[in-house]
Design a protein around this ligand. Structure first.
Ligand SMILES: [Zn+2]
Length: 124
């Protein structure tokens, strides 16, 4: 699914409707040049259409917050849709792992202390 941006007309009409203020719920901050965005109320990644009704003029903080929530909503919707279509994540193949290695050999033969006359206490 490709992203469907708002047309210039939709953006112009939305800007007029916003009358210079953020349309985020309970925000109403004054919009300043380059510090706002035209947001899909119903995310484009879901079923959002690029229409005036689905367009909100948001200040940057509102847009950032909204986008964060949208990303989570879209991911959740995709997982649900996949489950509905019987698409599941591939099973995790669990490796048996490596067998424990054999004891390491040395390049030189270790000196056997018993052979050179060392006798620890309590041993013979
Ligand atoms: Zn705002």
């Amino acid at each position: 699914m490709s992203r469907r941006e708002f047309s210039k007309k939709v953006k112009r009409d939305a800007f007029v409707r916003a009358a210079g203020h953020c349309e985020g719920p309970g925000c109403g901050a004054k919009l300043s040049l380059g510090k706002f965005a035209y947001d899909h109320v119903n995310p484009d990644g879901l079923t959002g259409e690029p229409t005036l009704e689905n367009c909100a003029v948001l200040c940057d903080p509102c847009h950032k917050e909204k986008t964060k929530n949208d990303v989570a909503d879209i991911a959740r919707a995709k997982r649900r849709e996949d489950a509905h279509r019987g698409i599941r994540p591939p099973p995790q193949i669990k490796s048996a792992g490596f067998r424990p290695g054999s004891p390491r050999r040395r390049a030189t033969t270790p000196i056997d202390k018993l052979k050179i006359g060392y006798r620890p206490h309590g041993r013979d």
